[in-house]
Design a protein around this ligand. Structure first.
Ligand code: SF4
Length: 63
């Protein structure tokens, strides 16, 4: 699974790195960053959860 964050959309709400801290982190301003791409298999459900919960639709995942 591959994952990315659209930096144009991200507003730094932090749900991605709260829900999937193994996959996403935060930069110095609280905007989401990708830590694990490709996503480890045991983190794929968390990555999908983050995609669904990003209020800006900035997270995308694909198999
Ligand atoms: S949940 Fe969405 S808006 Fe919030 S930090 Fe993550 S990518 Fe950015």
């Amino acid at each position: 699974m591959r994952v990315r964050i659209d930096g144009e959309r991200c507003q730094g709400h932090g749900r991605c790195y709260s829900l999937a801290p193994e996959v996403f982190g935060a930069d110095d301003d609280g905007f989401g960053t990708v830590l694990a791409d490709p996503v480890p298999t045991d983190c794929s459900q968390a990555a999908v959860l983050a995609e669904r919960n990003c209020p800006e639709g900035a997270v995308s995942v694909e198999d």
